[in-house]
Design a protein around this ligand. Sequence first.
Ligand SMILES: Cc1cc2nc3c(=O)[nH]c(=O)nc-3n(C[C@H](O)[C@H](O)[C@H](O)COP(=O)(O)OP(=O)(O)OC[C@H]3O[C@@H](n4cnc5c(N)ncnc54)[C@H](O)[C@@H]3O)c2cc1C
Ligand code: SF4
Length: 328
Amino acid sequence: MKPFAYLRAASVTDAVRACAAHPGARFLGGGTNLVDLMKLGVETPGMLVDVSRLPLDHVTDTADGGLRVGATVRNSDLAAHPAVRTRYPALSQALLAGASGQLRNIATTGGNLLQRTRCTYFQDASKPCNKREPGTGCPARDGAHRDLAVIGHSEECVATHPSDMAVALAALDADVVLHGPDGERTVAMTGFHRLPGDNPDADTVVRPGELVTEVLLPPLPAGAVSLYHKARDRASYAFALASVAAVLRVRDGQIEHAALAFGGLAHRPWRARTAERILHGAPATDATFLRAADAELAAARPLRDNAFKVRLARHLAVDALAELAARP
Ligand SMILES: Cc1cc2nc3c(=O)[nH]c(=O)nc-3n(C[C@H](O)[C@H](O)[C@H](O)COP(=O)(O)OP(=O)(O)OC[C@H]3O[C@@H](n4cnc5c(N)ncnc54)[C@H](O)[C@@H]3O)c2cc1C
Ligand code: SF4
């Protein structure tokens, strides 16, 4: 591993200032992704600014009935928090479907959102990869891409975003609060991660030196229910082949509110706006759910070895919506 300097930040201002003063510096959360990538020679920061002990370890109610989650809240603590379990079960389920108990005990909310793709070429510094080294090519497109994107990909990159939590946050209409050298701003979760286009080296819209400080969850519409379903090769300790986060409110058999996001399919959590337009106002039946899923997934362009993910996503979405609709 390349030698690096280490600084434990005492405040948000401290952290942002230290990062701005050292080009190539990186924030350190739980380190469960960043340190692995440093050992592989994929990340080579000259300085780590440790933000894991900043006083951002809070989960508090907001005045409008939503929830404010600090960036250093550990994944395990967030999943177990009573307000999350009762009001946002999709988020709790997504967190518990990710990684392992040990990893969740150390991984932070901020770091989870900023984790990098698990594309094997990206993680192997001896291979070309447009995301790691722009202009070198994308061997995954014709190579090992069974786990990779089926929708929204580009000639330059077919990677997927690995976070389960981010998929739930996208369906729950969360916002992310950022502090940087130019002050504070808020970005909608649905616009936080990017599609690869012709510059896949940028995973997100986060600007250099910006620190994630909080995630804001709005209240769900009264009577809405939510869940997260994930399909993977093993029952635990495996990333999503496909996943779905769904929010639904049904009254008298009609859908009054629906929000749907897919994971494991794209370079970002895939908010299914086309499906949602079909669901709104329609009868809550399997036929509606199928029509909505098919309309959304019509935009999929699977690669040689991953068309099965489209079928998987379709089944996950229909099952999730049917399960939510059947709840009393
Ligand atoms: C074997 C294994 C299996 C896994 N399985 C899953 C899975 O199924 N689903 C899933 O979702 N995840 C999975 N993970 C990934 C795990 O969830 C992430 O590694 C973890 O959430 C990252 O959080 P962290 O705090 O450790 O981030 P770090 O490793 O500390 O940081 C990750 C990135 O975020 C940046 N960063 C950290 N904090 C901030 C901040 N506050 N503001 C701005 N930037 C910041 C860092 O600079 C770095 O670039 C798995 C990981 C492993 C090792
Ligand atoms: S899919 Fe993206 S991350 Fe993977 S090799 Fe291609 S450019 Fe690199």
